[in-house]
Design a protein around this ligand. Structure first.
Ligand SMILES: [Zn+2]
Ligand SMILES: [Zn+2]
Length: 50
């Protein structure tokens, strides 16, 4: 097992958070306080409703 990464604080986001940050991206940081169903941060694991 590698080092344990903190998950993004965005409720709908499953990405690992950046080191020193609670969120994986600026998008999640802006949306982090809002409870949304989908994450649209652009990560492949998020919001890939293609
Ligand atoms: Zn995400
Ligand atoms: Zn995120």
């Amino acid at each position: 097992m590698a080092d344990e990464r903190k998950k993004c604080a965005h409720a709908a986001c499953d990405c690992p958070a950046d080191e020193g940050s609670k969120y994986c991206s600026a998008y999640c940081e802006g949306k982090g306080q809002t409870t949304t169903i989908d994450c649209d941060c652009g990560c492949p694991s998020c919001g890939s409703n293609i």
